[in-house]
Write a protein that binds this ligand. Structure first.
Ligand code: GLA
Length: 380
């Protein structure tokens, strides 16, 4: 076996492109391209008096994902293009300062206790009204002022390709009832499947909706937007929203509208006819909670294909509408402009605690919340 210290040189183009990244890991690679799988860790910063660590999982084909114990944040995801060149397909920041800057748009975050919006930052459960932080136009977004994306999780390595993160959320934290124990196991399989297995238990009834807020651009810096990515979502319906992005409670058909992604379609094709861009929840056609393929995303410049499998009933497709190139810190000197990346957030529907017709999001004592989502990478 040949021991190689792998360095990828940064190939810059207009200060934007960076297909190849400099990496700090030592890998064992043999002539057939086999890399010894494993998990490394390094110090990344300090937060609330605790050490922030970055864990990097490397699989047998040399793909890598890096995750912080702060907010379960995915900082890097390196997968090959059609020529076998590794590229980082998620937005993020070079250093911890980036994750603390004002207006960090939840890059790579684990979102909870309730991902997405709750109208008027209020919900009623068992006759009691709970008030949350109105951190988004008077609505509650992504768990409030200090959601699961802004706390330190306890990290544990499992074998050579999984990382388990655990967080104990206190009764009353951000206004939510019940002590909630949340766990997320991140796995990078040898077939380049990046899997998140979520579980949670509580001692009082509470709404729970956990998701991952990775911003993907499959070109890994070759294309500054995702408008030329081709997207397919296996959903005939979506949940229309009001001007503050709160579902109206109706479920509408996508046919004949810009929301129709039932066949592969370039994201840029109809985006200008959707006010503000895509930021909606698609009602997946799948029935029940089996793990099924629901999304395909393809970038023809790199040949990268990402397929999303989930157990969840909904998919928020957000086309990076609020990115505007103004973030002070980024990665590799890139500028993160409008539509520079997209999120595919597997979840329950927004505002479900206030919409009795939507699938249930209330977790009760004695029950276990379970959610699995897989982002599988290949090329064509
Ligand atoms: C989400 C929301 C968007 C936006 C981003 C964060 O996915 O749906 O409206 O708030 O998070 O910027």
């Amino acid at each position: 076996m040949l021991l190689t210290n792998v360095i990828y040189f940064v190939a810059c183009n207009n200060g934007v492109n960076s297909e190849a990244k400099s990496m700090d890991t030592t890998r064992s690679t043999n002539d057939s391209g086999y890399t010894k799988p494993g998990i490394t860790e390094k110090a990344f910063g300090n937060y609330d008096g605790q050490e922030v660590k970055e864990f990097t999982i490397t699989n047998a084909s040399g793909s890598q994902v890096s995750i912080l114990n702060y907010g379960g944040t995915v900082t890097k995801l390196l997968v090959p293009d059609r020529n076998g060149t590794m590229g980082d397909v998620v937005l993020g920041f070079d250093s911890f300062e980036g994750y603390l800057q004002k207006n960090d748009p939840y890059f790579g975050s684990l979102v909870g206790r309730y991902a997405n919006r709750i109208a008027n930052a209020k919900f009623t459960l068992d006759g009691k009204t709970y008030t949350l932080a109105g951190n988004n136009n008077g609505n509650s977004l992504h768990g409030g002022n200090k959601g699961f994306d802004k706390v330190i999780w306890t990290a544990e390595k499992l074998g050579d390709n999984s990382l388990k993160l655990t967080y104990q959320s206190k009764d009353g934290e951000e206004g939510y009832p019940g002590n909630l124990t949340a766990q997320v196991v991140y796995t990078l399989d040898s077939d380049n499947s990046f899997k998140l297995d979520y579980t949670a238990t509580t001692d009082k009834a509470t709404p729970v909706n956990l998701t991952s807020h990775c911003y993907f651009n499959l070109s890994a810096g070759r294309d500054s937007t995702i408008l030329n990515h081709q997207l397919q979502i296996d959903a005939d319906r979506y949940t229309p929203v009001d001007e503050k992005l709160i579902p109206t409670g109706k479920i509408a058909n996508v046919r004949g509208t810009p929301m129709d992604f039932t066949s592969p379609k370039l994201i840029g094709r109809d985006i200008s006819s959707v006010k503000g861009g895509f930021d909606h929840n698609w009602v997946l056609n799948k029935q029940g909670n089996a793990l099924e393929k629901v999304v395909s995303l393809y970038d023809s410049t790199s040949g990268r294909l990402m397929e999303v499998f989930t157990t969840e009933p909904g998919m928020q497709f957000y086309s990076g509408n609020f990115l505007d190139g103004s973030l002070q810190y980024t990665k590799n000197g890139q500028k993160y402009i409008k539509h520079g990346a997209l999120c595919l957030e597997a979840q329950h529907f927004p505002d479900s605690p206030n919409e009795p017709s939507f699938p249930n999001v209330i977790l009760k004592p004695g029950e276990t919340y379970r959610h699995t989502t897989v982002y599988k990478f290949s090329t064509k």
